[in-house]
Design a protein around this ligand. Structure first.
Ligand SMILES: O=C[C@H](O)[C@H](O)[C@H](O)COP(=O)(O)O
Length: 275
């Protein structure tokens, strides 16, 4: 019997299934996400490499310091986002597929990411990928963002003015105070008064400093009914570098379930189109 607990086992099953489906000998460039679930994806890549089932010149694009170490420890080749050519002429994409974790995933596969502070590079890599495949355990499978993840939306901000940005995020966003806010945006999230908390480091006094030298504000706003509107709203605040809402980016999500089974989900609207 496995020594892993249920949650870890479900992360591992989801990661293995997603890697097996998406990373074969024809995949030349792979985006490697960050976090504890991606560790299992790296474990599977090591196994596939041993079995000669990977492209002989596979390039892996890291999304954080941690992710780069995973790639190196797996004996794979790390590459920079800027070193990659376009995959197909005229296409924006330079990465075949990216496999990444998530803090919460809704019915449309919009996601909250950045629980580990890596969302800036993760979003850059996701935006350069043909496919973004999310892997997660059952605790992160939601109908609406904010239903299960209660630590707020991670927002990477410039340390130059973090407290001003914090006040703006708390005051700018409140529905009643935003002039010209559309009815759709007013209905985009639950709380009237979001709260932004500067993320503190553990075993070091002071704030978390990201791989990019910035701070993180975790912005709690309850349930997020319109992720795209909220993402855009937060991003408008000067000094906000990246928002941990990934709207309309993921193409597929794999969840390990409590009973040991695995669920693969696609955006609900895509499923309806195929009906
Ligand atoms: O910043 C961290 C990343 O967005 C992670 O992918 C996300 O927090 C999920 O991490 P974990 O797999 O550890 O739950």
């Amino acid at each position: 019997m496995s020594s892993l607990n249920l949650v870890e086992q479900s992360k591992r099953s989801a990661a293995f299934a997603a890697v097996d489906k998406h990373v074969g000998p024809t995949v030349r460039v792979l985006g490697v996400g960050s976090g504890s679930t991606v560790v299992y994806a790296a474990e599977r890549l090591v196994e596939l490499k041993r079995l000669n089932k990977l492209h002989p010149e596979l390039l892996c694009v890291p999304t954080s310091f941690q992710s780069k170490q995973l790639i190196i420890d797996a004996g794979l080749r790390a590459s920079d986002l800027d070193d990659l050519p376009e995959l197909d002429p005229g296409s924006f994409a330079s990465i075949d597929v990216t496999i990444d974790g998530a803090d919460e995933v809704d019915a449309e596969l919009n996601a909250i990411k950045g629980g580990g502070g890596a969302h800036l590079r993760e979003k850059l890599v996701a935006a350069a990928s043909k496919k973004l495949v999310l892997i997660a355990d059952y605790r992160k499978d939601s109908e609406v963002l904010g239903e299960k993840w209660d630590k707020g939306v991670p927002v990477e901000v410039s340390p130059l003015a973090w407290s001003t940005i914090k006040r703006q995020l708390e005051r700018f966003v409140p529905k009643s105070r935003v002039q010209g806010m559309t009815a759709e945006a007013v209905a985009a999230f639950e709380y009237n008064h979001p709260i932004a908390v500067l993320r503190q480091a553990v075993r070091k006094a002071g704030p978390v400093v990201t791989d990019n030298g910035n701070f993180i504000l975790d912005v709690s706003m309850g349930k997020i009914y319109d992720p795209l509107a909220v993402e855009q709203l937060l991003k408008m605040v000067p000094g906000v570098i990246e928002v941990g809402i990934f709207s309309n980016m993921a193409t597929e999500a794999w969840f390990g379930n409590e009973d040991g089974s695995i669920t693969c989900r696609f955006p609900r609207s895509e499923m309806k189109k195929q009906d």
